[in-house]
Design a protein around this ligand. Structure first.
Ligand code: MEV
Length: 315
């Protein structure tokens, strides 16, 4: 049944706990949804003859998908509308997001997922997470080069996952979390589009595959150990593994002075471990905290220049 009234759907931000970049080369990574920070899409009947329109009030932008068919969101909206039998419909889809752009929190995947969810709801259909993730992945792949697929997967599944890029389908496993743990996330405020560091790592890997594959193997090992630590609720071990991951990410070449300032501040303030999260060169870092230390670490991150700090409890 098609709906006559505006319908809203949303999708969460994400955090990569460990394994970013190496995951593009087939190594495992662990990702978590951030349920409280979301992108929201609303669909309502549009003016007759207008077709599909996308409105992004936060960016002060509005466009008809046929006017900008190569825009990634236009293309995704057209593909999804065609599959839902809404190809000829006059609909206005409004996109809003609490997730800072190009920050490592998966804003692109969340906006795209919210868009697909709202259209499927409008058409009275329920698509499973894998179908939605695959559509968002195809869109990201066309416009961002070689994503691993972890962002769209964790956003669509909305649960903590173990992820391995595999052909023809990724391996996605739900994670066991033995005891809740607290993360403090600090945003450097430096925006960095994912495909830039991802492309730089590819160039560096092509120039010296043996060195890079050794680094990736180190990441893969610590991600496996992190999975066991999570299952046991062993925060001390997990913290050490996050620090090891940061050291490898620095060698991979995706850290930055701003990230390292925040990571250092978090560790000085008592974090059990801290690392950049996402593609790097800017964006966010995360720190594993004893619940009693979280406020002190958050204050230290602000003091060290974080433009935004949030604390989340996982599990
Ligand atoms: C970005 O959130 C994670 C990266 O590993 C890229 C990807 O997996 O597509 C840097």
């Amino acid at each position: 049944m098609m709906h006559q009234h505006p319908l809203t759907a949303s999708a969460p931000a994400k955090l990569i706990l460990c394994g970013e970049h190496a995951v593009v080369y087939g190594c495992p990574a662990i990702a978590l949804p951030l349920a409280d920070v979301r992108a929201v899409a609303t669909v309502a009947a549009g003016q007759q003859g207008e077709g599909l329109r996308l409105v992004a009030p936060d960016l002060n932008e509005a466009w008809g998908v046929h006017e900008q068919p190569t825009n990634p969101l236009s293309e995704l909206a057209l593909t999804v509308a065609a599959q839902l039998g809404l190809g000829q419909a006059d609909l206005t889809i409004t996109l809003r997001s609490q997730i800072p752009l190009a920050s490592g929190m998966g804003s692109g995947a969340a906006i795209a997922t919210a868009l697909v969810r709202t259209l499927t709801q409008y058409a009275g259909q329920e698509w499973d997470a894998d179908r939605i993730a695959a559509l968002v992945y195809a869109s990201e792949q066309r416009f961002h080069g070689t994503p691993s697929g972890i962002d769209n997967t964790v956003v669509a599944h909305e649960r903590a996952i173990w992820f391995e890029r595999r052909s023809p389908k990724p391996l996605i496993e739900p994670l066991t979390i033995g005891a809740p743990f607290t993360l403090v996330v600090g945003d450097t405020g430096v925006r960095s589009a994912t495909h830039l560091p991802v492309g730089a790592v590819r160039t560096a890997w092509q120039a010296d595959p043996v060195h890079y594959e050794t680094l990736f193997a180190g990441v893969a090992l610590l991600v496996s150990q992190a999975r066991s630590a999570l299952a046991k609720g062993d925060s001390a071990t997990l913290g050490g593994l996050l620090n090891q991951n940061q050291a490898l990410l620095e060698q991979i070449g995706v850290s930055s002075p701003e990230l390292e300032r925040l990571i250092h501040a978090a560790r000085q303030a008592g974090a059990l471990g801290a690392k950049l999260s996402g593609a790097g060169w800017g964006g966010i870092m995360l720190a594993l905290a004893h619940p009693t230390q979280a406020a002190t670490i958050a204050a230290a991150l602000c003091e060290a220049g974080a433009v935004r700090v949030l604390t989340t409890v996982v599990g």
